[in-house]
Design a protein around this ligand. Structure first.
Ligand SMILES: Nc1ncnc2c1ncn2[C@@H]1O[C@H](COP(=O)(O)OP(=O)(O)OP(=O)(O)O)[C@@H](O)[C@H]1O
Length: 259
């Protein structure tokens, strides 16, 4: 399988800028000086073994956790300086696709998609809501499921609907936490393609956290590997994995299967 041709924006506008980020829990120094840039329109894959602090990083970016040191700027705003109302407004511009973001089983697909709209956007007409739901379903290629219940859908379809529910608020940044976890290779491939389609259609900037190197290779314009609390290695998939001498990188590669 070929790697993705990196899609790098000429103007290189940055939507996330993180500098010297540090956080510890007691004696556990999780992030020890993280520097990271996310450029407009790119897919950045964050790789790292379990417990290296990937979820902590996402929580800091979204203002759910405060770092001990360092700066986090998201869409031009210093996250640590925002009050709770400003943070809520910023979070509406970020789409979270988490493993735990399950659909409501008692609601149809349509109702699941309407839910974030009705809760977060005031004064929408019925026609506007219908249009937004239809567009979001088209985005994920599942228009025909609009009146179905989540229990009638496959795991991959549910995942796509979950992503549609996030896209309906037209986020500028997408954060995908292990998007292919628990999915078979064919369904994983569909989700990887969807991540690329979302990027192309909406020019969204995304961080994709994954252990899955096939996912990293398929969706990543750039890969950042979290090692010992820092992004010591950043680059294209080939750049990251071409150095056979770095034992930690090698171990990670050998742990996975990439065709
Ligand atoms: N609120 C907290 N209080 C104490 N320790 C925490 C807290 N949040 C995270 N940790 C610890 O920080 C470390 C990093 O956790 P994190 O969830 O970010 O790992 P991860 O890289 O996302 O792992 P995985 O790939 O398994 O999800 C872990 O050792 C975890 O126990």
């Amino acid at each position: 399988m070929d790697s993705k041709q990196p899609r790098l924006n000429d103007q290189r506008e940055r939507v996330i800028v993180i500098r010297d980020l540090k956080i510890s829990f007691g004696d556990l120094h999780v992030l020890r000086g993280v520097d990271l840039d996310l450029y407009q329109g790119e897919n950045l894959v964050v790789l790292g073994r379990s417990g290296t602090g990937k979820s902590v990083l996402i929580k800091i970016i979204s203002g759910l956790l405060e770092p001990d040191e360092g700066s986090v700027n998201v869409l031009g705003q210093d996250v640590n300086q925002l009050n709770s109302r400003e943070l809520d407004a910023l979070r509406l511009k970020i789409g979270f696709s988490f493993q735990s973001s399950a659909l409501y089983d008692s609601m149809t697909v349509r109702e699941n998609l309407e839910f974030p709209l009705i809760r977060n956007v005031r004064n929408l007409s019925r026609a506007e809501i219908n249009k937004a739901v239809e567009e979001a379903l088209e985005d994920v290629g599942l228009s025909q499921t609009i009146n179905q219940m989540p229990s009638e859908l496959s795991g991959g379809q549910r995942k796509r609907i979950g992503i549609a529910r996030t896209l309906i608020l037209k986020p500028q940044i997408m954060l995908y936490d292990e998007p292919t976890a628990g999915l078979d290779p064919i369904t994983s491939n569909e989700i990887n393609n969807l991540i690329n389609e979302v990027q192309e259609r909406h020019n969204t900037s995304s961080i994709i956290i994954t252990h899955d190197l096939t996912c990293a290779k398929t969706v990543g314009d750039r890969i950042a590997m979290l090692l010992d609390g820092r992004f010591e290695r950043q680059g294209t998939f080939e750049e990251i994995f071409e150095d056979p001498n770095d034992e930690r990188v090698k171990q990670f590669y050998e742990y996975n299967f990439v065709d």
